[in-house]
Write a protein that binds this ligand. Sequence first.
Ligand code: BGC
Length: 290
Amino acid sequence: MDLPFPPIADETLPAVVMPSCPIDRKLKGQKALVTGASSGIGRGIAIGLGHAGADVVVNYVKDAGEAEAIVEAVKSCGDNQAYAHRADVSNEDDVRAMFEKMIAEFGTIDILVNNAGVQKDAPFEQMTLEQWNTVIGINLTGQFLCSREAVREFKRRGVRPEISCAAGKIICISSVHDIIPWAGHVNYAASKGGVSLMMKSIAQEVAPYRIRVNSICPGAIRTPINVSAWSTPEAYTELMKLVPYKRIGEVEDIARAAIWLASDDSDYVTGHNLYIDGGMTLYPGFETGG
Ligand code: BGC
């Protein structure tokens, strides 16, 4: 099949360009924390929330220089405040300290984006306990620790109607692999499957406090985590067999949805998995078979 979109064989990641339609500053006055925000999807979401008017804490674990660049990008969106904070989300003390600092600096938190995530891939019988524990620790336990701190603050503070209808919003960045099994990535798929029921269970428990909890489940998004899947024409052509919409996703596709989930436009949405995947979850093998 000839595709209307040429394969992308450029290893250079594009700049984060926010949508051509103007984003209004509907998150003005809201305080957001984005974990793992120094690259990839987290970077796009941090800048996107900045465009929408939020003040943003840019969490990172390794790349201080990149995190500072994101801080500058957020600040240049308007009169937003932003700062970078180093914390390992799988470490309880780090997470506590990150929230204490945020509440001291910004006064509170309105939006938590649980984005930090890693892959440590291996054939199942060769997967080490360390690979398993690292992925579960960051991708699942990290989301638990950050969500718990956020819920404590949301409940303490309650709703401020002039800021938002909700007392707080949590957005978990999951994956299509919360439902698509993934050979060679058992730890990753298990972590994302866990995020799904963790997210729904938290959502059910905290809904009466007007706290909304949802997940975004990205498919193949052009970021460093999956560079081998899109950086050569051959790999890109293979990847497109899994994507009915026949283009790779960009971080802006995810950032736009994160802005929506963080805003009052989605006020009646909670406990939801939003797949942003160009149809990857539509059983693409059945395009022609069956
Ligand atoms: C993974 C990517 C992968 C995508 C689709 C994501 O959750 O992190 O490496 O390309 O799922 O398979």
